[in-house]
Design a protein around this ligand. Structure first.
Ligand code: GCW
Length: 729
């Protein structure tokens, strides 16, 4: 080796090191694992300094499990955001203390005379304030219970993550509904029904011994939104979940979630008394069946003392239920409710039912549940899916909201993208949730929104709540498509406060998950806000619905006709003929419109009043029906389908403008997914337009790009390519 002077060798090595650092992938590759709790350093130096001055040390006087979780979150969050470790002290040293606690666990908090304000926030709410204390300026997070302190800590961290001034912060926050749950459709073999993000999070094989760190992170993400319950297994339930083998494992998950205020619920199989108990019936009125449920429930509580309760899908899509024994849903729910009652547990009974005998699937849930109002025990709540058919990209609100004054009723929403392009398409559902929550049922006059009903502001519900069907799995970013995280986020925040808007939540999420740079926020927010409607337009505009290929629910198949059940076909939903299209749910048809309050029915039922978005949900109209735009129905339909594709192309261009402004990993991931989405949107559009054209016989106006292939090509495509990833076929 040549004799190189040490100085020059050092320079060369430094250069090599510098170049390799520039070229090497960052050791902090942004893979999305941290979701919205990234806690990266606040970029704005001045703001960071002001946070540092105001939050110099942390005072936390106790160490319950929840307070320890609070402490570790604040240490991690503030350490990252302020780029320096935060000192934890037992008392106030100087200006700039952050004091967190309850009047009973903190002497400082109890000396601050916050009792009156705390009375207003209940067991889970919190206050955040800047206050003076013996000449020192403090930031205070105060609550009645430890869990409120944890929620307050997440709130304060969010203020910093979104770069808000906390100089004169004054927050009073309490959840508007009691049960803010997420539902997993995870099977015990770890496949996730409608999952699209890998295998189930729950490693049954290594539980109860190995506590995967992911379980704690999962709890943190949920708690940061105020989620307080999780049903961890599929509603198409495997009875085995109630065996000791599984309960021992579930108990470990419950232990991990408990400090984060999250109760575990289990989905149960209605015929468990037969399958597990060896009885020859699961008749809910049989005393032996009652005894079975009492005993097994006592056992569940011996493993999990704060167990939340049972979630049940019964007499629905092949699941057994009380109807099999000549009983009704109330009988079925009450046998479980009686078993849970001594333990304070809840039955969450789903209203997702439909019957092949029923002429119009739309009507079924309402027709079955309405006569049962008032017959469910107090510790039962009926979980109503939105909308009345399923989780379609657009549905009118379910008429059950407002129709059950004497039955606790909660709203079920879908976060996983079963009908929105799986993990391949970008579809922020915050706008969808906002629509539903603000829909006006009119049952007690104007402003009787779905949100107010499920919050118990209209009827005296004891168990209020919302449930979100989430899909996280073993994918590093939890949700498959990075933007599914945003729907989870919006859902959780709206479950806490149904009055929050989709747009402000989109912005919060972007700031926390991607960047506080306005150059990122505005375009990304626009993409998110347009994305749901784009999905509606290229799949099923103007109130069309359920045009999916059967089974997987991904690609288009409006031609699906021959299936064992009519209500599984697409032709059942669109009813296209040479004369026209749409499902007549007015008096001349199934009259499902009568299930709504008369003021709502008067709008949905009237061709002149119904908004375009719902037209074909309720009316069968001719192809030349005049629309609000001045176009005839056929032209409007074509226009919407093309608009859907155009919006996706606009989303692609807008996304491209973000290159260099966000991390390259997620930039490229989403860019690739958007190109899949564009390809699929074109396929949807062409399939539907060509298929409906075979009835209308009308042309696709010349100004539009004409479909590349004929209808037959798209029909055959259904048999070749179901979904981009054969895993989901
Ligand atoms: O939309 C349908 C889904 C099923 C699901 C069902 C339900 C869990 O296609 O996969 O089953 O809804 O909500 O029970």
């Amino acid at each position: 080796m040549k004799n190189i002077p040490i100085n020059s060798l050092f320079k060369r090595l430094t250069l090599v090191l510098f170049i390799s650092l520039m070229l090497a992938p960052s050791s902090f590759a942004e893979d999305g694992y941290r979701m919205w709790l990234r806690y990266d350093k606040v970029n704005d130096n001045e703001l960071r300094q002001s946070y540092k001055d105001q939050l110099q040390h942390l005072v936390l006087e106790t160490s319950s499990e929840t307070m320890s979780a609070t402490k570790s979150e604040l240490k991690m969050g503030l350490g990252g955001l302020l780029d320096r470790p935060i000192e934890v002290c037992s008392g106030i040293n100087s200006d700039g203390a952050l004091v967190a606690g309850t009047p009973s666990n903190s002497q400082i908090i109890s000396s601050l005379e916050l009792e009156d304000a705390l009375k207003e926030v209940g067991p889970e709410g919190f206050l955040i304030r800047r206050m003076d204390h013996s000449g020192n300026k403090l930031t205070v997070i105060a609550a009645n219970e430890d869990i409120g302190v944890l929620y307050g800590a997440f709130h304060l961290l969010r203020e910093l993550q979104t770069e808000q001034s906390i100089e004169s912060i004054d927050v009073k926050s309490a959840p508007r509904v009691r049960h803010r749950t997420v539902n997993h459709w995870d099977n015990l073999d770890r496949l996730v029904e409608r999952g699209y993000a890998g295998l189930s999070l729950w490693e049954w094989g290594t539980l109860p011994d190995y506590k995967h760190p992911r379980y704690t992170d999962y709890a943190r993400f949920n708690a940061s939104l105020g989620i307080n319950g999780t049903a961890i297994n599929n509603v198409n339930a495997n009875p085995e979940i109630l065996t000791d083998q599984f309960l021992e494992k579930v108990a470990v998950l419950a232990d991990i979630f408990r400090p984060y205020g999250i109760q575990v619920y289990l989905s149960v199989f209605f015929d468990s008394p037969v399958v597990l108990g060896g009885l020859d019936t699961a008749d809910p009125l049989d005393p032996e069946v009652q005894e079975f449920w009492n005993e097994i429930t006592d056992k569940v509580y011996s493993y999990i003392p704060d167990f939340g309760g049972y979630l049940v899908k019964a007499d629905s899509e092949g699941q057994p239920g009380p109807h099999g024994y000549g009983r009704d849903h109330a009988d079925g729910a009450n046998v479980l409710a009686r078993a849970l009652e001594p333990h304070g547990g809840l039955v969450i009974w789903r209203a997702f039912v439909y019957d092949p005998e029923q002429e119009d699937r739309f009507r079924e849930a309402y027709d079955e549940f309405l006569p049962l109002d008032g017959r469910f025990m107090d510790n039962v709540t009926v979980q109503v899916k939105n909308g009345p058919i399923d989780f379609q990209p657009r549905e009118p609100f379910s008429p059950l909201f407002g129709a059950l004054p004497n039955t606790n009723t909660i709203l079920e929403l879908q976060i996983t993208q079963e009908y929105f392009g799986f993990n391949f398409h970008l579809a922020y559902k915050g706008t969808y949730y906002e629509e539903v929550l603000r829909d006006d049922t009119r049952v007690k006059g104007e402003g009787t929104t779905v949100g107010r009903i499920i919050a118990g502001e209209v009827f005296d519900y004891e168990h209020t709540g919302m449930a979100g069907v989430i899909n996280p799995g073993t994918d590093r970013n939890w949700t498959g498509h990075p933007f599914v995280q945003s729907s989870w986020y919006a859902y959780g925040r709206m479950a806490w406060d149904y009055t929050l808007g989709a747009e402000e939540l989109a912005e919060e999420w972007i700031r926390m998950t991607f960047s506080n740079d306005e150059k990122v926020i505005e375009p990304m927010k626009e993409i998110m806000m347009e994305s749901k409607e784009a999905g509606v337009n290229y799949r099923s505009p103007l109130g069309l619905t359920h045009l999916y290929a059967q089974g997987h629910h991904y690609g288009p198949a409006p031609w699906t006709a021959d299936l064992p059940r009519a209500d599984w076909t697409a032709v059942y939903y669109h009813q296209a003929t040479e004369w026209g299209i749409g499902y007549d749910r007015t008096e001349t048809g199934s009259n499902a419109v009568e299930q709504f309050h008369p003021e709502v029915a008067a709008v949905f039922g009237d061709l002149n009043k119904i908004p375009d978005d719902y037209l074909l949900w309720f009316h069968h109209v001719p192809w030349d029906h005049p629309m609000n735009s001045g176009r005839i129905l056929w032209d409007e339909l074509v226009h919407k389908y093309y608009k859907g594709v155009e919006t996706v192309r606009w989303m692609q261009e807008t996304w491209d403008s973000l290159e260099g402004l966000i991390d390259q990993e997620r930039f490229e991931h989403v860019k690739a997914l958007l190109s899949i989405q564009e390809r699929d949107a074109v396929r949807w559009r062409n399939s539907c337009v060509l298929y409906f054209q075979s009835f209308s016989g009308m042309p696709i106006p010349e100004e539009y790009e004409q479909p590349e292939h004929d209808l037959q090509h798209y029909i055959e495509l259904e048999n070749i390519i179901h979904v981009p990833d054969p895993w989901y076929n």
